[in-house]
Design a protein around this ligand. Structure first.
Ligand code: ATP
Ligand code: MG
Ligand code: MG
Length: 393
């Protein structure tokens, strides 16, 4: 019943009126709860309120979301310049943590669907990439890993008529670098090799997801739409060529689920990158409990070809013909994002210097400047256990 009025606990928010948010319509549904469009009677504005499920585990995780977003908004982006959603307030309502956000528009998956899963024009891919990177630079400065970057979590934001803008939302799975708790993170299509393989992870996992998003915005379909983790990894090897480096495979917890150790002379899929690797990916027959189901996406089964070929030959129905120069630039940009080795993968700052983002002329493969080591950032309070009186804005 979406006509109901959310009654805000009087003692917690200390307001003269006991009703503040009037629910208008449903905006979205996720793992953590529902997002509803509300009329805020205090500010006379529409807001998006995320109503978290009233179970303790969800409540606790949502407190983390509030805490990290508060740090990001207030400390790292006080002037709202870096394309991160603004949190307006939060309160507890019948054991539901409710977080009020500024009202934004459609998410990028909805936008692609509206476009019949055809990709966006290169100018939009470029503009959105630049804005998402801007948010990612801020997140990295704060040592915050988003852990769930995907088109559904990037929303169109209101802006001046001629431009298009996006903001990053949903810090509900985010964590602090060096304080990682969960190993089962990121949405499957956007899951990084190190997370799949069970290797310690950093903000670099967001860069992988970002690479997947950029490719998807151009081709309109997810790059690695695997029906299982094995399927996702297999698609990565096929589409990107190469494979994760041996030292990562040696140390990762789940390597045996996907790879077989065959000795250092194996000249497999990664052979063209240098000397033989010590691991080869298991065949489908060798995988336990294998899934053979293939996800069908729109009218296409995703063509599994090398990334450069894919970008050069898209669209497959010749409806849109981006300049060859733009495609070359995009392929070179994706190369640094979809890098198997998290230590070699470009940082958001490095990626933001790429000619695809800066608009500078492309003179050959981009070589980012090496970065000065980051100064660890102190977080005021990692977790705020008293979210009741959320009046800090
Ligand atoms: P997930 O399953 O991705 O973890 P979630 O439960 O954490 O989802 P959100 O991603 O925060 O929830 O929100 C779910 C959806 O609600 C979004 O994909 C978006 O479509 C919509 N939504 C969220 N925040 C806003 C907002 N500020 N303005 C408009 N729509 C929003
Ligand atoms: Mg979400
Ligand atoms: Mg979420």
């Amino acid at each position: 019943n979406w006509d109901l009025i959310l009654y805000v606990n009087l003692e917690l928010v200390n307001k003269t009126s006991n009703r503040r948010f009037i629910v208008k319509e449903m905006l979205g549904q996720g793992t953590f709860g529902q997002v509803v469009k509300c009329w805020d009677t205090e500010t006379n504005k529409y807001v998006a309120v995320k109503v978290i499920k009233n179970q303790p585990a969800f409540y606790q995780q949502a407190i983390m979301e509030v805490s990290l977003l508060r740090t990001l908004n207030q400390k790292f982006d006080p002037d709202d310049k870096h394309n991160i959603v603004r949190m307006l307030d939060y309160l507890s309502f019948q054991n539901h943590l409710c977080i009020a956000f500024e009202m934004l528009g459609q998410n990028l998956y909805e936008l692609l669907k509206r476009n019949h899963l055809r990709g966006l024009k290169v100018q939009f891919v470029q503009a959105f990439s630049k804005q998402i990177l801007d948010a990612m630079i801020v997140m990295r400065d704060g040592g915050i890993i988003h852990c769930d970057l995907k088109p559904e979590n990037i929303l169109l934001a209101p802006t001046a008529k001629t431009a298009a803008a996006v903001k990053v939302i949903d810090f509900g799975s985010a964590c602090l670098e060096g304080k990682t708790v969960y190993s089962y993170i990121q949405s499957r299509y956007y899951r990084s090799p190190e997370v799949l393989l069970g290797y310690p992870y950093t903000t670099a996992i967001d860069m992988w997801s970002f690479g997947c998003i950029v490719a998807e915005l151009f081709i309109g379909l997810p790059l690695f739409p695997g029906a299982s983790e094995y399927d996702v990894l297999k698609r990565m090897l096929k589409i990107l060529g190469g494979q994760p480096p041996d030292d990562l495979l040696r140390e990762a917890k789940n390597t045996a689920k996907f790879f077989k150790h065959v000795g250092s002379s194996y000249l497999g899929i990664g052979a063209h990158d240098g000397p033989g690797t010590a691991y080869r990916m298991l065949s489908e027959d060798e995988v336990e409990g294998r899934e053979t189901k293939r996800p069908k996406l729109g009218k296409w089964y995703f063509p599994q070809q090398r990334l450069d070929q894919l970008i050069y030959t898209y669209p497959w129905d010749n409806t849109k013909l981006p300049e060859k120069a733009d495609r070359v630039l995009l392929v070179d940009f994706l190369r640094g994002l979809l890098e198997f080795d998290p230590n070699k993968r470009w940082s958001p700052f490095q990626a933001s210097g790429h000619p695809f983002i800066t608009g500078e002329p492309f003179t050959g493969p981009y070589e980012p400047v090496s970065e000065t080591p980051r100064i660890p950032v102190a977080h005021a309070a990692a977790v705020d256990h008293n979210p009741g009186g959320g009046h800090w804005l």
